[in-house]
Design a protein around this ligand. Structure first.
Ligand SMILES: Nc1ncnc2c1ncn2[C@@H]1O[C@H](COP(=O)(O)OP(=O)(O)OP(=O)(O)O)[C@@H](O)[C@H]1O
Ligand SMILES: [Mg+2]
Length: 496
């Protein structure tokens, strides 16, 4: 790709960008939220047309006018936002639009037979007839990768493939990437997880503000070198102060709570006011379901919760919000945002009454001011607060979800994978915000599959496995091994 320019209304998303990739090479593209990574890949994948610039494949000038033309050129695309249809089963998703037929009818047996080895290759032990809706986001992501593999792609673009995968799934994916490289397939890998980039990339291409900002070759791929090219300055790694346990308040208590996912398991724990409680576990451990039950969007099968010692009615999100319990959900596209709304409408969504006159007329300028405050605080990259959420980069969408809750007065915030898809600089900002909230006495319950984050940010960690809490770690006991041990269902070994 040479001299690529792409403009959107109010945004020069790509400016004279070059990208080369050899057969069998794994190139990572990194850059801050909104740097233009997905846009560049959308051009290669035929989703967008560039305003100018050229693309050559194997030395031949090529125009990629649509996704199906990209397919025909052997370009497979695993999108940042999931593209799977959850009313179909696994096999139907993998072969969507290319269903093998027999006597004019879709040949389900062949779909199943062809899907099974692909799933095995990705380490997914599920039958091809499983409905997509029964899979976790992480597993659905794997299905997209299976789809690209099934198309015999020569170039596979993976836009943040691991952002919702667990440790084991991520390891498996990195192995798959190695296999692809050996088969001469090129992989373009976009990730904010610099550790993974270091593990798998042959070369790193850095974008900053829509321009090439530099490259790193295999031996030069180090955390600090990547960060300084991405942000254009040195980034201080700040160690945070943890709060003294004595200063903590009662916060949120979860008592014998049972969810619909694991109706036989009773969960008991406490998130104290003033602390950041990290919750670790593998995909399917039931963490998100637990959070949704506490927040009231999923029904509880039994048990109770209290906030500052007072009982809170279960099963009503309205009641939770009124009491100051908020949930920033994992799946921003489905439940975190209204994509058709602009930034200020999304941010004011849960606090509209604060922006209303007594006659219930919305005061748009007060709404906009609050939105602007969050845009500044979270450094959301956008031309204005009137930009539609759909047109923001993935990481910036995530920041809008956070902005919605931060604009209110929380007592408890449940963050489900809060920094998924967020760049290193912005992550540091979000951690600072969480810490500031905790210092003000807010109880922070952070569900995270990012080991670095769980160990680095939490004051205390609880670990879940198949619906049960398998252990609780105080700060002195923190280690990757201890968390993993409990996450796979091991017993707690108390530090003597
Ligand atoms: N369809 C669109 N309409 C308008 N603006 C867009 C559109 N798509 C992207 N943009 C803008 O182009 C810029 C680059 O966005 P892009 O999605 O490529 O960033 P990114 O590097 O992938 O970021 P992230 O790490 O957050 O995913 C952003 O300012 C974004 O808001
Ligand atoms: Mg992106």
């Amino acid at each position: 790709m040479r001299g690529i320019h792409k403009r959107f209304p109010g945004v020069h998303a790509l400016s004279d960008v070059d990208l080369e990739i050899a057969a069998g090479e794994v190139v990572a593209i990194i850059g801050e939220n909104g740097a233009g990574k997905s846009t560049l890949m959308n051009i290669l994948g035929g989703v967008h047309q560039p305003n100018s610039g050229t693309i050559e494949i194997s030395g031949t000038a090529t125009k990629i006018r649509s996704v199906s033309e990209a397919d025909a050129h052997g370009i497979g695309f695993v999108h940042q936002e999931l593209n799977v249809l959850d009313n179909l089963d696994v096999g139907a998703n993998v072969f969507l639009g290319r269903e093998p037929r027999r006597f004019g009818l879709i040949n389900r047996r062949k779909i199943a037979a062809d899907t099974t080895p692909l799933l095995a290759r990705l380490g997914l032990e599920i039958p091809p007839e499983t409905p997509l809706s029964e899979l976790s986001i992480g597993q659905q992501q794997m299905i997209e990768i299976a789809k690209a593999l099934s198309k015999q792609a020569r170039i596979i673009i993976m836009d943040e493939p691991t952002s919702s995968l667990t440790l084991t799934e991520t390891e498996r994916l990195l192995e798959v990437i190695n296999d692809l490289r050996e088969e001469g397939i090129s992989v373009i890998y976009i990730s904010h997880r610099l550790g993974e980039v270091r593990q798998c990339a042959d070369r790193v291409v850095v974008l900053r503000d829509g321009k090439n900002a530099g490259e790193l070759q295999r031996g030069e791929i180090e955390h600090d070198a990547m960060v300084s090219l991405m942000v254009g300055r040195e980034l201080k790694r700040s160690a945070h102060e943890r709060n003294e346990q004595e200063a903590l308040t009662d916060g949120l208590s979860i008592i014998n709570l049972r969810t619909t996912t694991y109706p036989d398991c009773e969960v008991n724990f406490q998130v104290k006011g003033g602390e950041i409680l990290g919750m670790a576990g593998l995909v399917g451990a039931g963490r998100s379901e637990l959070a949704q039950t506490v927040f009231g969007v999923d029904p509880a099968m039994g048990g109770s919760i209290t906030l500052e010692g007072l009982p809170i009615q279960l099963g009503s999100a309205r009641e939770s919000i009124r009491s100051g319990i908020y949930l920033a959900p994992e799946d921003r596209k489905k439940t975190g945002l209204i994509l058709e709304f602009d930034i200020s409408q999304n941010i004011s969504l849960a606090s509209l009454k604060d922006h209303c006159s007594r006659l219930a007329i919305i005061n748009r300028s007060s709404e906009r001011n609050e939105a602007q405050r969050q845009v500044d605080a979270l450094k959301i990259k956008t031309p204005s607060t009137a930009t539609t959420a759909m047109n923001l980069s993935g990481g910036n969408q995530q920041k809008v979800v956070l902005g919605k809750w931060l604009s209110m007065s929380p007592k408890v915030i449940i963050f489900d994978e809060p920094t998924r898809g967020i760049d290193v600089g912005a992550k540091a900002e979000i951690y600072k915000l969480m810490r500031a909230l905790a210092d003000e006495g807010v109880a922070i319950w952070m569900i995270s599959s990012d080991m670095e984050e769980v160990l680095g940010i939490s004051d205390r960690i609880v670990v879940m496995h198949e619906g049960r809490i398998t252990g609780e770690l105080e700060h002195v006991e923190f280690s990757e091994e201890a968390v993993m041990h409990l996450a796979v269902g091991g017993r707690q070994v108390n530090a003597a």
